[in-house]
Design a binder for this molecule. Structure first.
Ligand code: DC
Length: 222
């Protein structure tokens, strides 16, 4: 049986930074499910589908081909044969992903892919519904969060480091709106699983969070 670690939490809590590093240290596969929803959203944007066009989103999700490949340990999302990693990190794509991920057909398609990946290898998978829906039997479940102020500050620093200009208040507003959408949608909303361990990283360093999770994995039942 493969081993699985599920990390859920709101936007900007540091899930991917932490999951990526833990995967490297433990030799697990890192599965970034947000990147899959982002690739799907990119496809919708390219097809000019608007956020309120639910039927078109359902149809689009059925025709699109999304797969995952790994290159030097990095997850590549392949959208209809194209590696779209360079195009999925913008705020535009993130906001569309938050809307289109509420669509049931979009979720069915991607959850299926996520479960297949977890059945084949030891994984650390991050997202919004991993512990509650995708992998309800995950060996370790973590709910990673931080205050919206801290999350906005981290996102701001990440974007300015990349040379992108942005406004910290706008980022915080966006984060709060995204949290609201992700946690109030009808199907598989963002919420802490009953058996998940809560980590609030507002006053923790990346290394402290990583060590906390690794301790849990080592104390687990592998
Ligand atoms: O983690 P992220 O910012 O890359 O995710 C982008 C959006 O995708 C997020 O706002 C909600 C959605 N998402 C989801 O609904 N379920 C997941 N397991 C992962 C992401």
């Amino acid at each position: 049986m493969s081993f699985s670690v599920a990390i859920d939490g709101p936007a900007g809590a540091g899930k991917s930074t932490i999951a990526k590093e833990i995967a490297k240290r433990l030799g697990y596969i890192y599965v970034d499910t947000g990147a899959m929803y982002r690739a799907m959203a990119l496809y919708m944007i390219r097809k000019n589908i608007k956020p309120d066009e639910t039927d078109k989103m359902s149809l689009a999700s059925k025709e699109v081909d999304i797969t995952i490949e790994y290159y030097n340990g990095e997850q590549l999302v392949i959208l209809n044969g194209e590696n779209v990693n360079p195009f999925i990190r913008s705020e535009e794509v993130g906001n569309m992903a938050s809307v289109s991920s509420a669509n049931k057909d979009v979720r069915f398609k991607l959850v299926d892919l996520q479960r297949q990946l977890a059945s084949k290898a030891d994984v650390i998978m991050d997202g919004r519904d991993i512990g509650t829906y995708v992998l309800p039997n995950a060996n370790i479940k973590i709910y990673l969060t931080a205050s919206s102020k801290v999350r906005a500050k981290r996102r701001y620093e990440e974007l300015t480091q990349k040379g992108l200009s942005c406004n910290i208040e706008e980022i915080e507003k966006d984060i709060i709106e995204r949290d609201r959408r992700d946690s109030t949608r009808e199907f598989a909303p963002l919420k802490q699983a009953e058996d998940a361990i809560l980590i609030d990283s507002s006053d923790m360093s990346i290394e402290q969070v990583i060590n906390t999770v690794i301790k849990m994995v080592n104390g687990g039942n592998k």
